[in-house]
Design a binder for this molecule. Structure first.
Ligand code: GUN
Length: 300
């Protein structure tokens, strides 16, 4: 059987079409969803991600502003900025691009963003709701992966989902979503991480393998089950003098060899990355809708 290449462009375009209608409805009610994006320093990958987020907002008619601060910005300055953005009704969502420079306290910043504006879904309040199966902002990459599985009608109920990586951004929320008793979940979940002694033993059992480890091409063909679905979250720059930029992007999965063995796989680039941005747009619209409802409830 031919391997299905799970294309982020196709799925994210479908999500964005849906969102355009929601944004139109918001605008008819006098609300333009707004997103504040904060970038500290000049990390090249983060700079590209932030630019792509701003472009996606513009294409959909979401108001956005990118606030760029120098890499030596203090915690106090950043805290003050977050406090201002929390109060600014122009912005329904706030995103601080991670990772932050080492001297800044990531946890303090995540805690400081008002949970109603936490379109990344990283605040402990929202993570708690996610675990309890309550409606909340879902972290964008895990939400995007679920959207892809749904679009391509890949069954998850009763399947064994193996996740490689335990980050707060991807691995942990992904695991907690996949075992929920809900549509496009209801799976049995295993998480592998740097403390796992024999990763291959687990990855070979996966019906759906989700890899978010940040290790270039660590998953080879011998590590996957035949006919599995493989979702590659990794985006790694590897030196390649034959490329114009001097590097090329590869995932955490050795795509060429693994694709021969599996039934479906995401490419890098062109896979999960596009979904992350689409889900951020979706969370921003949801934040605007929620905040409008709350204003109404409180007679404002
Ligand atoms: N860095 C890598 N992925 C993300 C993300 O989804 N949100 C934020 N804020 N930073 C990131």
């Amino acid at each position: 059987m031919e391997t299905i290449i799970l294309r982020g462009k196709e799925v994210s375009d479908a999500v964005k079409e849906r969102l355009k209608e929601d944004i139109d409805t918001c605008k008819k009610r006098g609300i333009t969803p707004g997103l504040a994006v904060v970038l500290i320093g000049e990390d090249p990958a983060s700079t590209v991600y932030v630019r792509n987020k701003a472009r996606a907002c513009e294409a959909l008619g979401i108001f956005s502003e990118t606030i760029r601060l120098p890499k030596d910005t203090t915690q106090a300055t950043l805290n003050t900025l977050i406090d201002r953005l929390n109060k600014n009704t122009r912005f329904h969502g706030i995103l601080v691009q991670l990772p932050l420079p080492r001297h800044l306290n990531e946890k303090e910043i995540i805690h400081r963003i008002h949970p109603e504006k936490d379109v990344d879904g990283f605040h402990p309040f929202n993570i708690g709701k996610l675990i309890l199966g309550e409606d909340t902002f879902l972290p964008c990459t895990p939400a995007g992966i679920i959207e892809m599985l749904r679009y391509y009608q890949i069954e998850t109920s009763g399947k064994h989902v193996v996740i490689v990586g335990r980050s707060n951004i991807v691995g942990k929320p992904m695991a907690n979503l996949m075992y929920q008793k809900s549509a496009y979940a209801n799976a049995t979940v295993t998480i592998c991480h740097t403390g796992t002694s024999d990763i291959k033993k687990y990855t070979r059992q996966a019906d759906i393998l989700i890899v978010a480890a940040g290790v270039p091409e660590m998953i080879t063909a011998d590590m996957v089950k035949e006919d599995a679905t493989v979702i590659d979250v990794g985006v790694n720059r590897v030196d390649d003098p034959s490329c114009k930029k001097g590097y090329r992007l590869v995932g955490d999965v050795a795509f060429e060899e693994v694709k021969e063995r599996v039934s479906a796989i995401t490419p890098v680039p062109g896979g999960v990355g596009l979904m992350t941005i689409a889900m951020l747009m979706q969370n921003t619209v949801k934040a605007a809708e929620n905040q409008a409802k709350n204003m109404k409830k409180h007679g404002q």
